[in-house]
Design a binder for this molecule. Structure first.
Ligand code: ADP
Ligand code: NI
Length: 224
């Protein structure tokens, strides 16, 4: 294949994948909908532009990262990679790319405050940053309460202290309130960003959450 043909082929694989994911996730109500994926895809292109990465891998992993999340697959974290693989094989994507994309999807999800992420490649780091940025800032706040509502969590409960989960099993089982989720995960993400571009974007979004929490707790306590 010439370089131009290769490019066209990759572009059509990405377009077909976007269509497929859109059809699959549209209207999802817990914050894992198509628009989340679209924002992550856009973030990934923005972050990837500043890195030496295979953008084909980055874009496919961004598009497929939430195709079958463990939270909705009965706690099974191999469902996503399996489904991504079947889809990419049906499009005759080369095995190296498929293995890389599936590895990224498998390692992407946040598994607890004290569980180390296994992201091995620059491509994986870009997609991880892109996904994490969408958990921060105004959108991050909205998604946290959407997810909490979906799970039936309390908005806040001052009697329940945040927990810093040391294993994925504990994190999966936790039934905390949504304000605690900020302390258990969202406020930790800024320090976990891999790329310079994401660190900068995260700084600003982090402040938005800090301001929100300060206002929320002041209103809760009736001091503002
Ligand atoms: P990731 O797949 O990147 O680890 P998640 O799927 O865990 O992200 O989270 C998706 C969205 O739901 C994020 O915005 C996250 O903050 C939010 N979320 C996850 N768990 C909770 C929770 N227990 N309470 C409130 N929001 C949550
Ligand atoms: Ni996601």
């Amino acid at each position: 294949m010439t370089q131009a043909e290769d490019f066209n082929n990759n572009a059509s694989i990405i377009a077909a994948t976007a269509e497929r994911v859109k059809a699959r996730l549209s209207g999802e109500g817990s914050g894992h909908d198509w628009f989340h994926v679209e924002r992550v895809w856009r973030n990934a292109r923005r972050i990837g532009a500043g890195e030496q990465v295979d953008m084909f891998v980055v874009e496919l992993a961004a598009l497929l990262h939430d195709i079958a999340d463990w939270k909705f697959a009965g706690g099974d974290d191999s469902a996503g990679p399996r489904e991504a693989r079947a889809w990419l094989e049906s499009l005759h994507v080369d095995e190296g790319t498929i293995a890389h994309v599936c590895d990224i999807i498998k390692n992407l999800s946040f598994k607890g405050a004290r569980v180390k992420s296994e992201m091995k490649t620059r491509e994986g780091m870009v997609v991880q940053d892109a996904d994490r940025l969408d958990a921060l800032g105004a959108i991050g706040i909205a998604r946290a309460f959407a997810y909490g509502g979906h799970k039936g969590s309390e908005l806040y409960n001052p009697d329940v202290k945040p927990e810093f989960h040391a294993s994925f099993e504990d994190y999966k089982r936790s039934r905390g309130n949504t304000i605690n989720h900020f302390y258990e995960k969202l406020l930790l993400l800024k320090e976990l960003m891999n790329t310079e571009t994401a660190i900068q974007i995260a700084e600003q979004r982090h402040k938005v959450m800090e301001n929100f929490l300060e206002q929320f707790l002041a209103e809760w306590n009736g001091t503002r």
